[in-house]
Design a protein around this ligand. Structure first.
Ligand code: GLN
Length: 203
């Protein structure tokens, strides 16, 4: 079974560990460099992106994590995790670091203050079955996608219709929403499959 880490500096770590286990992976918390070095892939959970960015520096994980992403380690970021994986972030603090794991520009808290959280049924490209219930909590959206980035889901209707909320580039996956809080394991299964594929390809 692939060993998948969940970055455990802040945010909803336990929900991702449980979802990964349900999706067939061995899931471990990652807080130290040695722990990061031992995983086949990494989930960056939701939480608060500027706090997590600061803690990455404090825990001396920022550069090791950038290095592993450059080496092709699979990664999945939800919400704050999407913000951290982006190459450019709008409406954030000037000192917030990003990891540039995926060529996208995201806007933090993009859906506005009035709509702190909401739910939508989405069509998610490449996963079979019924539409996916997506829970958004002070979520970002993707404002620009690089030419090698695949759009996997958009908001179907309402004032934010058409906004991009799930993307993939190579072994890096990101969603604006929180699949770990619903019982739907399809996004985690997709990511576990991506990690298996990376192991099969690169050993
Ligand atoms: N608004 C948070 C941020 O900017 C993200 C919210 C979340 O992860 N649910 O980091």
């Amino acid at each position: 079974r692939p060993v998948i880490g969940v970055l455990a500096l802040q945010g909803d770590v336990r929900e991702h560990l449980a979802a990964l286990r349900a999706a067939g992976a061995e899931a471990v918390s990652v807080r130290r460099v040695e722990e990061l070095a031992a995983v086949d892939g990494l989930v960056i959970p939701g939480g608060e992106s500027t706090t997590m960015s600061r803690l990455l520096v404090v825990f001396e994980l920022l550069e090791p994590l950038r290095a592993r992403l450059r080496d092709g380690m699979p990664a999945y970021g939800s919400c704050a995790g999407m913000i951290l994986l982006a190459s450019e972030v709008l409406d954030t603090r000037p000192d917030a670091e990003c990891l540039s794991g995926i060529d996208i520009t995201v806007r933090r808290n993009a859906f506005g203050r009035q709509v702190d959280s909401f739910e939508e049924d989405l069509d998610f490209l490449g996963v079979g079955g019924a539409p996916m219930r997506a829970v958004f909590i002070r979520a970002p959206w993707v404002e620009r996608v690089g030419e090698h980035v695949e759009v996997l889901a958009t908001v179907p209707e309402g004032p934010a219709a058409g906004r991009v909320v799930a993307v993939r580039q190579g072994a890096v996956l990101a969603t604006s929403f929180h699949p770990e809080v619903t019982g739907d394991r399809r996004v985690h299964e997709l990511f576990v499959g991506m990690v298996r594929e990376a192991i099969a390809t690169h050993g």
